[in-house]
Design a protein around this ligand. Structure first.
Ligand code: URA
Length: 215
């Protein structure tokens, strides 16, 4: 990739500079058709030295409008999930598989749609560069698409969530996407929340272990 985005290994300032340069590249990216319908690119936010990186699927309407990840109802739930283990967005680094909203026009309105494989692949070098810059010790994939892309293409979220994998030198797990949790009702909602809360506690333990290791 241009600008040596893969080989800078600085401290906090180095990482910030590297991510800023990458964000600038992403903001003018035209590698796939999503650039034609986006309002803003949504690069990522949080602490570039955090041991924990969260990876969602891609921006929706609210994120496209603001340029920030997870700002809608799913974002509020994500904040609650993090708060349940005494973490905030400032403690983690938060990004998505794709940096532009995937949408389709239906009945005169633009509706969110899942990003296509070609779009995820086109955006992947940016995610790889973010992983290289942040070097997380722990990765939490939010939902099946992130897990399929990061952990295993055959990943099944209902069966495989909550299990640890070693990917990119990081302890890596997937849990249900907050938007999926919001779609559940009754007993399904209770059970889904219980599992997500269990997963986030396991993630918090790995986060603490990573901090201890750093000393
Ligand atoms: N869903 C995602 O996966 N990412 C966002 O940023 C918002 C909603």
């Amino acid at each position: 990739m241009e600008n040596n985005l893969f080989d800078l290994d600085g401290g906090v300032e180095g990482r910030r500079e590297r991510l800023d340069a990458l964000e600038q590249q992403v903001s003018v990216c035209t590698k796939c058709d999503l650039s034609e319908t986006r309002t803003n690119t949504v690069f990522g936010t949080g602490n570039p030295t955090s041991p924990l990186m969260l990876i969602g699927e891609g921006p929706g309407e609210n994120e496209d409008a603001t340029g920030l990840p997870f700002v809608g109802r799913a974002g509020k739930l994500l904040d609650d999930i993090l708060a349940a283990v005494k973490l905030s967005r400032d403690d983690v680094y938060l990004t998505n598989l794709v940096k532009c909203r995937a949408c389709v026009e239906e009945g005169g309105r633009w509706k969110n749609r899942p990003p296509r494989t070609a779009e995820v692949n086109a955006c992947d070098p940016y995610l790889q560069a973010q992983l290289e810059a942040v070097k997380p010790a722990v990765i939490l994939c939010l939902g099946g698409p992130a897990a399929k892309s990061i952990i295993d293409k055959n990943f099944r979220i209902t069966k495989d969530r909550g299990e640890w994998h070693d990917v990119y030198g990081a302890r890596t797990m997937a849990t249900f996407h907050p938007a999926y949790v919001l779609r559940q009702r009754g007993d399904d909602l209770k059970e889904t929340k219980r599992l997500v809360w269990r997963d986030i506690q396991a993630v918090r333990s790995e986060y603490d272990r990573a901090l201890e290791k750093r000393g």
